[in-house]
Unconditional design. Structure first.
Length: 148
């Protein structure tokens, strides 16, 4: 009888699954470690910046929050819940703008700074500048001719 060669062993389905799981575990651990390190570095950097320029960090946080809020879709439930608040804010902002306009106009009137007075002031400035330019040009021409 002739001796048979041993059959090449091929990995079983269970072996392949185990290898895949082990590989996934390794990648997950690596990703977790990387994320943890990145978060720690970002936290340290944010802490450093908070100490150096707290208002800039707060402004950056508010801006990032506003951008994130703008990117996220608003649900129907949020719209229903926030509609009264939004209407209230809009009404108050409109009232504030109107009050500011009225107060500003009243102060301008007290100072005599009306639209007509402003127009007259601009015309007076332009006339004065024109006269100064004419006088300068006349003096320069006189000097060049040697008359003076």
């Amino acid at each position: 009888m002739s001796a048979k060669k041993p059959a090449k062993s091929t990995p079983s389905l269970a072996d392949k699954a185990t290898d895949a799981i082990d590989g996934a575990k390794e990648r997950a651990i690596t990703a977790y470690d990387s994320a943890r390190d990145t978060a720690a570095a970002a936290g340290k950097k944010a802490g450093d910046q908070l100490g150096e320029a707290p208002l800039a960090v707060i402004a950056g946080g508010i801006a990032a929050g506003a951008i994130l809020a703008a990117l996220l879709p608003t649900s129907r439930r949020e719209k229903d819940l926030l509609a009264p608040v939004t209407d209230n804010i809009r009404d108050r902002a409109s009232a504030a703008v109107e009050a500011a306009k009225t107060a500003g106009q009243a102060r301008l009137d007290e100072l005599g700074l009306t639209r007509d007075a402003g127009g007259q002031a601009v015309r007076s400035i332009v006339d004065g500048a024109t006269q100064a330019l004419k006088a300068s040009a006349k003096a320069a021409a006189t000097s060049v001719r040697g008359d003076g």
